[in-house]
Design a protein around this ligand. Sequence first.
Ligand code: NAD
Length: 489
Amino acid sequence: MTVAAPAREKMLIGGAWVESADGRTFDVETPAKRGTVVAQVPRSAAVDVDRAVQAAAAAFPAWRAVAPRERGRLLTRIADDLEAAVDDLARTLASETGNAIRTQARPEAKTAADVFRYFGGLGGELKGETIPLGENMFSYTRREPYGVVAAIVPWNVPILIAAWKIAPALLAGNTAVLKPSANAPLAALAMARIAQKHLPKGVLNVVTGTGDEVGTPLATHPLVAKISFTGATDTGKSILRLAADRILPVTLELGGKSPQILFPDADDERTADGVIAAMRFARQGQSCTAGSRLFVHKTVFDSFLDKLATKLAKLKVGDPLDETSDMGAIVSRQQFEKVVRYIDEGAHQKGAKTVTGGVPPTEGPLAEGYYVQPTVFANVQNDWRIAREEIFGPVLVAIPWSDTDDAVRMANDTHYGLAAYVWCNDITRALRTAHAVDAGWVQVNQGIGQVVGQPYGGFKESGLGRENSLEGMLEGFTQRKSVTVNLGS
Ligand code: NAD
């Protein structure tokens, strides 16, 4: 890939594009080519967070007074402009995240536009109820915004997750401060540039920097009224602790180690494609909903893994900006090294079999970036680290089973509960299994990504609350007020 001189980015505070107060910056590298800086971005600190939160707080009274349908109309215009900019956004995403442009970055940019369009149409749904307390009482509820929302997002699908938070938060009448990941702030800034053309100053602000220097001051700022966080479970726990001091409402979308349960009647090509999609191999496995534990019935264990390995061998790993790449690079050196450590551990685990992939080459074109081949380990035990911990890389572990209850017990033997996949052509068995699995979202015979409109969120330590839906907006970004009027004498 060819790389231009690093762009110097600014961030959005109070409608202006600004540097950090002390002028510091940090480098954003492309994972496609080690050590290649594509942009320099403001490295903010608590003082910048304060500027942004103050701007959001100042914009709140006027924004909440705008009629919901008018707020929705502005979101729809943002959706139009995002759609027109899909290719630019996709290139930025591919370059900063390493996600392949055809399979990941372009679909992400399109879906982010869809999210703004979806919420843009929901203004009329911010309605309350009347409560029948008797002829002499008139009691009704209102859905009111919280105020300033802190939206803290990770790097793996940075603008889609930002859209899941910003669009419903703004539609509901809140103002927002977005904190993108330091690994991938560029497309989020580009999205904000588009959104800002349609929004009053201060309604949306973006502060760039690290978790410690920006995330923590944002989560503890006294004018922040709601935190919507997506990221690792441990970070979510620390945010929840910080929020406890002010009884702050928090939505958490956290990690996962999601099971896929495959029945004997699903040993076919279509299921192999579906399992690959569910594992999010094309995003280097960097997905919270990656179905990274594959429980295969022992009678089809070997034949199914053969099918899987044949298909995985055909995936083209390479430059994320190349339209022919199916899979790009791991986001950063730190993540790459972590993933390689897990692969090394799996390769040396007694009893495990490497079906495909393994520790990445240290020479050749793929060694120029943080590329990892799809890797599958077979005959894994459910209590090994590679089966219990979220690797967040293209590493699938396969575990045989013979009894359905046992498969479900192993699937549920985890502190996570985000997603699950059931591969079975007998609808009764499939649905019984789907209902028995502890997960916020179970898919049967498919492994697609989140669909806007469907409440999304995790069980157990995978999260708190739901988003990406009407219910998510109402529960996550409004608070109910009851008003009771005495009509009697
Ligand atoms: P992370 O928790 O390290 O960071 C997420 C965001 O939080 C970043 O913007 C980061 O700068 C910020 N942050 C870090 N420490 C902070 C702190 N102490 N206080 C406040 N903010 C802080 O996660 P990541 O590595 O960026 O993303 C990968 C993780 O995100 C994985 O665990 C993945 O499963 C999870 N994830 C979950 C979902 C979901 O919808 N459930 C979606 C995508 C990713």
